[in-house]
Design a protein around this ligand. Structure first.
Ligand SMILES: [Zn+2]
Ligand SMILES: [Zn+2]
Length: 165
């Protein structure tokens, strides 16, 4: 969604919508977002609220695992054309993100996407107690124990015989 910085700077604006994207092996749905552009003395302020869901393979058992979240973000949008404001802003923008706009073009989806990616987990696990896959046969151990456990280690079979005798 491409928007004009100059137009929003003059009038502000409100946008809502949804979109989807993929990030590495994660499928992400921005289920809805609400964005308000507010003209300020130092440029344009973007106040955005978004809810999202994602699906990725569990890092241990590879089962598709879902998650979701809801966040808000405040982003100061600056244009190269506001050169005089730049120096002032660098001293005061410690709390909020500053996004530099090139060629008067604001890509709202891209801005929201970056915010969502920031909140996505680095490693998705289906549950803290996920047992993962058997390193020998690759069976999902959450679904039951695999046959590997039933097969006695051949090195011990001989010892058992000795003990029993
Ligand atoms: Zn798992
Ligand atoms: Zn196994």
């Amino acid at each position: 969604m491409k928007l004009s910085f100059e137009e929003l700077l003059a009038e502000g604006g409100h946008f809502e919508g949804d979109f989807a994207f993929t990030e590495d092996d994660m499928k992400v749905n921005v289920e809805n977002f609400s964005a308000d552009f507010i003209p300020t003395d130092s440029g344009l302020f973007l106040d955005v609220e978004f809810s999202y869901s994602f699906e990725a393979p569990c890092a241990r058992c590879l089962e598709p695992t879902k998650g979701f979240g809801k966040q808000t973000a405040g982003i100061q949008l600056m244009s190269q054309s506001l050169e005089d404001v730049k120096e002032e802003t660098e001293l005061t923008d410690d709390d909020m993100g500053v996004c530099w706009v090139e060629d008067d073009e604001i890509d709202l989806y891209e801005i929201i996407k970056q915010e969502v990616v920031f909140y996505l987990p680095v490693r998705v696990v289906c549950g803290e107690d996920c047992k993962g896959l058997c390193p020998q046969c690759g069976e999902n151990l959450n679904l039951g124990s695999c046959k590997c456990k039933d097969v006695a280690d051949p090195r011990w079979v001989g010892l058992d015989k000795l003990k029993n005798n």
